[in-house]
Design a protein around this ligand. Structure first.
Ligand SMILES: Nc1ncnc2c1ncn2[C@@H]1O[C@H](COP(=O)(O)OP(=O)(O)OP(=O)(O)O)[C@@H](O)[C@H]1O
Length: 234
């Protein structure tokens, strides 16, 4: 699913926190959104997700302005799971979409295998660790092969091995199903590993966009360069 943003603005208490003249997110690609704290990254994602109303402007999903609720999904840094078992959480979007029981069971099993969740299938979601919760949220999001997957720092506070599993799943779902992925991350190495395109936001504005590999190694804009070089100071 491709996204187009036109003259999009969001203000809180009279202060403009996002002001985007024109942004395009290519369909079937993996796009990173990077930028300092308070740049407007989550605000942009929440507007795309329909969780917030723009103060002005328009968002087009494959050319249409209707929010494609059934075809997209989000994963947040602190996901909310249903107070039920792991497998019920993963099955939930499939039940909503009217899949039959056998197909649901097969898909849940497949996701549990791919994300190393088999031993946790019957466990109650509230007993999971942070990383386990994140994997279940991702499995649930991927379950129905969404056209658009919006991720807000999905691996913050996750150990390196689990982060690698999640990154592999993201690349796989994109390659196999053509899911458009938009990933907010402060982990620039992750953006390099996972993403093909990159947007850099600062102070609510789009500073630079382009090929992720090129931009994250040799940014053209001096502001982007300073931000990326800051990584070396950590
Ligand atoms: N509900 C709100 N009410 C008032 N101000 C808000 C609200 N949500 C966000 N903001 C402000 O909007 C600006 C952009 O916030 P946003 O969360 O989009 O930034 P971000 O780039 O995702 O930052 P971070 O990297 O810290 O997560 C910030 O100055 C923030 O304080």
């Amino acid at each position: 699913m491709k996204l187009k943003v036109r003259q999009l603005k969001k203000s809180y208490d009279g202060k403009v926190v996002l002001d985007l003249e024109q942004v395009e997110i290519q369909g079937h690609k993996r796009t990173a959104i990077i930028g300092p704290n308070g740049a407007g990254k989550s605000t942009l994602l929440n507007l795309i997700a329909g969780l917030e109303e723009p103060s002005a402007g328009r968002i087009f999903y494959d050319g249409k302005e209707e929010i494609p609720w059934r075809d997209m999904t989000q994963v947040f840094q602190k996901p909310y799971l249903l107070s039920s078992t792991v497998e019920n959480n993963i099955a939930y979007p499939l039940k909503l979409r009217g899949w039959d029981r056998e197909r649901i069971e097969a898909r849940v099993l497949q996701l549990c295998e791919e994300l190393n969740l088999l031993d946790l299938r019957k466990k109650k979601a509230w007993k999971l660790s942070g990383g386990e919760t994140q994997k279940v949220a991702l499995a649930r999001a991927l379950s129905f092969y969404p056209d658009l997957l919006l991720l807000d720092e999905p691996t913050a506070n996750i150990d390196p091995a689990t982060t690698a599993e999640i990154e592999q799943m993201l690349t796989k779902i994109n390659e196999v199903s053509g899911t458009t992925i938009v990933l907010i991350t402060h982990n620039l190495a992750q953006a390099r590993r996972v993403c093909e395109r990159c947007l850099f936001l600062k102070d609510g504005l789009l500073v630079e966009e382009g090929d992720a590999q090129q931009m994250l190694r040799m940014p053209q804009n001096p502001v982007t360069r300073r931000f990326i070089e800051g990584e070396l100071l950590i």
